[in-house]
Write a protein that binds this ligand. Structure first.
Ligand SMILES: NC(=O)c1ccc[n+]([C@@H]2O[C@H](COP(=O)([O-])OP(=O)(O)OC[C@H]3O[C@@H](n4cnc5c(N)ncnc54)[C@H](OP(=O)(O)O)[C@@H]3O)[C@@H](O)[C@H]2O)c1
Length: 294
């Protein structure tokens, strides 16, 4: 099985390479491309790499992910999140291969009160979410052999994420304010990577159909709840000396350029028949904090 990975230096990209490296079988040939190796907005380069490598799957972990900056950098966000995805989907379609593309909970407006299903109406609130939705549609339009995996609140030992930010803050402050009225499911990038590999295998065995799926953490929480869990683990593992006081605030007390969904809990159960369970984020959080300690 030949897999072309884009966005190889991102959180999911790095974890996907780790997951492939841990496989005992040598039946998987991975070509991992960072943004320097392959800029997905460059159509000619995408076509050339795809034609040359002839992957069975493209795994697109590349994205413009700066949610607030996107409000000002609209063109850049759409270039990567829509046109880049279109380039990959068209190139994979041209050689008859499949594309696994990662999307986001921010395609929803957050006005629901029960977990979002993949078929629920989308209504992104900010440029990032709108550009990601445009990418989903471009992918679906260009290649019927697609799996779109929407995920949420991604953390890992790599790159920049909420876990690392909270730990850094706790090392220098004894009081913090964290938003407590936005709910979602933290998701470990390593669990996403394993889910993607299972999807590639499932696709090869014809046990998975193309379409849109949700994959996120198993337990909903707020950013405030997530911060508390991070601090508890970090203290137990010895990464911080003291747990800071965490004041629960509302979104309007911490204004940001991009509007976020208040409730973006997603139902990941459609993947259960493929033995893909939601991310056990509490266990993975401890694992990540242990890795950060070392
Ligand atoms: N992070 C989250 O909380 C979150 C939540 C929901 C969904 N998602 C989705 O999950 C996926 C993976 O997210 P992540 O957290 O792993 O993102 P990430 O750490 O920000 O990584 C994204 C990667 O994309 C690369 N990239 C950007 N523009 C590119 C281009 N034109 N061509 C090729 N590569 C390019 C970046 O390269 P550089 O290193 O050179 O910048 C970066 O390595 C994305 O689709 C994202 O939308 C993420």
């Amino acid at each position: 099985m030949k897999i072309l990975l884009t966005g190889a230096n991102g959180q999911v990209g790095r974890c996907f390479q780790d997951v492939i490296a841990q496989q005992q079988s040598s039946k998987i040939v991975l070509k991992a491309c960072s943004s320097a190796d392959l800029d997905i907005t460059d159509k000619a380069s995408v076509e050339s790499v795809v034609l040359d490598f002839k992957p069975d799957f493209i795994v697109n972990a590349a994205a413009y992910t700066a949610v607030d900056k996107a409000e000002a950098e609209i063109e850049q966000a759409y270039a990567v999140n829509e046109l880049g995805v279109k380039n990959l989907a068209e190139a994979s379609n041209a050689i008859g291969s499949a594309i696994i593309h990662i999307s986001t909970d921010y395609v929803f407006d957050g006005n629901e009160t029960a977990p979002y299903q993949p078929t629920d109406a989308v209504n992104p609130q900010g440029v990032y979410g709108k550009s990601k939705l445009a990418g989903e549609l471009a992918c679906i339009d260009a290649n019927k052999k697609h799996v779109i995996l929407r995920t949420a609140w991604v953390f890992s030992e790599y790159g920049n994420n909420f876990v690392k930010t909270m730990i850094k803050l706790a090392q220098t402050r004894d009081k913090l304010s964290v938003v407590a009225d936005q709910y979602g499911c933290p998701t470990y990038a390593g669990d996403i990577a394993n889910a993607i590999l299972s999807i590639c295998v499932g696709y090869t065995n014809s046990s998975i159909e193309y379409g849109v799926y949700h994959y996120s953490g198993d337990l909903p929480t707020s950013w405030h709840g997530f911060a508390r869990a991070i601090f508890d683990d970090a203290k137990n593992i010895g990464v911080i000396d003291n747990v800071p006081e965490v004041r629960a605030i509302n979104t309007d007390e911490y204004p940001l350029p991009a509007k976020r969904p208040t409730y973006s809990v997603m139902d990941s159960s459609a993947l259960l028949p493929m033995n893909i369970s939601p991310s056990d984020w509490r266990t993975s959080l401890s694992k990540v904090i242990n890795l950060l300690k070392n």
